[in-house]
Design a protein around this ligand. Structure first.
Ligand code: AMP
Ligand code: ZN
Length: 494
């Protein structure tokens, strides 16, 4: 079944395809690197990651471009407050952003484009618009886009723009929500602010022009898909369409993908509400990166996700169940006998079909997840009753592999990622924000634990149960749980 996806522009679910027959050419608005990324940002990047991975599963090649906004009002303000040049200020947060992407298992786009490295392309795009009198220069030296000259304005966000003030302008990066006005393409230099000497006059680019110029540079004037969070639909994406199509006279992106906002405990996330979390905040509270990834992916992108700590605990347990199941099926010694009947094989294959169909149906990650848990329950029951054959075990492992090519939570990198977060907190003088129990647990390396587990096994074979129990308790105090099973001892961090 071909991958179908809701298209904000047409308002319909439509097949997603590569117009050149090879690679899906798509652009995703990247971060403004003025601070650490929060879980709302990562909800968007995670669903773009799921889209990439699902497109690949459907046989599409990928050419994914993401910009880094490394000059804007907030950056200029914060860099000035920190007494740093904007380049130095942004480098720190760009590095942190990619570390967080890696921690969350988000694949890197094929192409990263920094705004400050693409000023020429923005200037020539504005010149193309100026040549048609669609861009005009204001008294202060800034350039604006004349939206009255683009009749399609509003087609993405479906806004009714009657009553729009003709010629009214806006030049802030932080917009009044509903204002449809001529918007800044180029901002005249102000004293003390970063600026570039260009044929347009000294200044810096507006935010919207950055994405139009870089998308068209790397993907061509018309390309397959454009993505971002729902807040970007208006005015950012509307303005991108206006600038690009007014210059090229060709359709810009064919398909538009918008991820709905995340709420935290039922409220809009905000620093003043005290419900604002970066990935690093959650790692320092002792939550695992894999559980955060799984939770943020488990609610389909067009639904509102209400992030709660109960939900995060549930997600931690779900990832644990999947890992334990994967280990059990992988390491078990299943008999080679032919299955007694095809019931279980059919069930596993149905799980596979349901998984793929759910993702192909507008990236329904919740149904895809449910399909895997159906198989987990059935196969566990068969294994408990000694009815699992090698054949069905292998079918299950193939399905788990497919599942993990999208959800990517089976490999356990959690302790290592938490350790990295602690090292970062220490270097920033923020170790006091870490949950104290983490410090004890993580002072224990995997090798230390393995050695103690081996010592306990030896103590048991020597019938030294006092020592065996003492080791179990010592590990428990450090937050490490032991599970004795037929196949040996497994341990995990609480
Ligand atoms: P920014 O760094 O603010 O430009 O945002 C980067 C990306 O995160 C954009 O695609 C935003 O639309 C998206 N985003 C911001 N806040 C949220 C949120 N609460 N939920 C989902 N996506 C968000
Ligand atoms: Zn953008």
């Amino acid at each position: 079944m071909a991958l179908e996806l809701f298209n904000t522009l047409s308002g319909k679910i439509e097949p997603l395809f590569a117009s050149d027959g090879r690679a899906l050419r798509f652009y995703c608005c990247g971060p403004t690197v003025y601070d650490y990324g929060h879980i709302g940002n990562f909800r968007t990047f995670l669903h773009v990651d799921a889209l990439r991975r699902t497109a690949r599963l459907n046989g599409l090649g990928l050419h994914h471009v993401m910009n880094i906004t490394d000059v804007d009002d907030k950056i200029i303000r914060n860099a000035a407050a920190a007494g740093q040049p904007i380049g130095e200020y942004c480098a720190k947060y760009e590095r942190a952003f990619f570390e967080d992407m890696d921690a969350l298992g988000i694949e890197r786009p094929e192409q990263i484009a920094r705004a400050t490295e693409n000023i020429d392309g923005m200037v020539s795009l504005i010149e193309r618009l100026a040549a048609q009198d669609i861009a005009y220069k204001a008294e202060d030296g800034s350039w604006y886009f004349r939206i009255a000259r683009f009749p399609g304005y509003g087609k993405l966000s479906k806004k009714d723009l009657h009553g729009m003030e003709d010629g009214a302008r806006v030049d802030l990066d932080e917009y009044e929500k509903d204002a449809a006005r001529d918007f800044a393409l180029w901002k005249a230099a102000k004293p003390g602010e970063a600026s570039w000497e260009t044929p347009l006059g000294p200044g810096r680019p507006g935010w919207h022009i950055e994405c139009s110029a870089m998308a068209m540079k790397y993907l061509g004037e018309s390309f397959d898909l454009h993505a971002g969070g729902e807040d970007l639909m208006f005015p950012h994406h509307e303005n991108e369409i206006a600038q690009s199509e007014a210059a090229s006279h060709k359709p810009f992106a064919r398909h538009w993908f918008h991820v709905r906002f995340l709420l935290v405990e039922g409220k809009k996330m905000s620093k003043s509400e005290g419900n604002f979390f970066t990935l690093r905040d959650l790692l320092l509270k002792g939550y695992r990166a894999s559980a955060i990834r799984f939770l943020l992916l488990s609610v389909p992108y067009r639904h509102q996700l209400n992030f709660t700590f109960d939900g995060l605990t549930e997600s931690t347990n779900a990832v644990d169940r999947l890992r334990t199941f994967n280990d059990r099926i992988r390491t078990g010694n299943w008999p080679d006998a032919a299955p007694a009947d095809a019931t279980l094989t059919n069930l596993i294959r149905k799980g596979d079909t349901d998984f793929t169909a759910a993702l192909s149906n507008d990236l329904n990650t919740a149904e895809a997840r449910a399909a895997i848990f159906d198989v987990l329950r059935a196969v566990n029951t068969a294994a408990d009753h000694s009815r699992l054959t090698r054949f069905d075990a292998e079918e299950t492992l193939a399905l788990l592999n497919k599942f993990d090519s999208i959800f990517a939570v089976l490999e356990d990198r959690d302790a290592e990622l938490t350790r990295t977060a602690l090292a970062w907190a220490e270097s920033e003088g923020r170790l006091d924000e870490a949950d104290p129990s983490l410090l004890t647990t993580l002072s224990f390396s995997d090798a230390d634990i393995d050695a103690l587990v081996a010592e306990r096994t030896l103590a048991k074979t020597q019938r030294n149960f006092a020592r065996a129990d003492a080791i179990r308790n010592e590990l428990l105090e450090k937050g490490i749980l032991l599970e004795d099973s037929k196949d040996g001892v497994r341990w995990k961090r609480k």
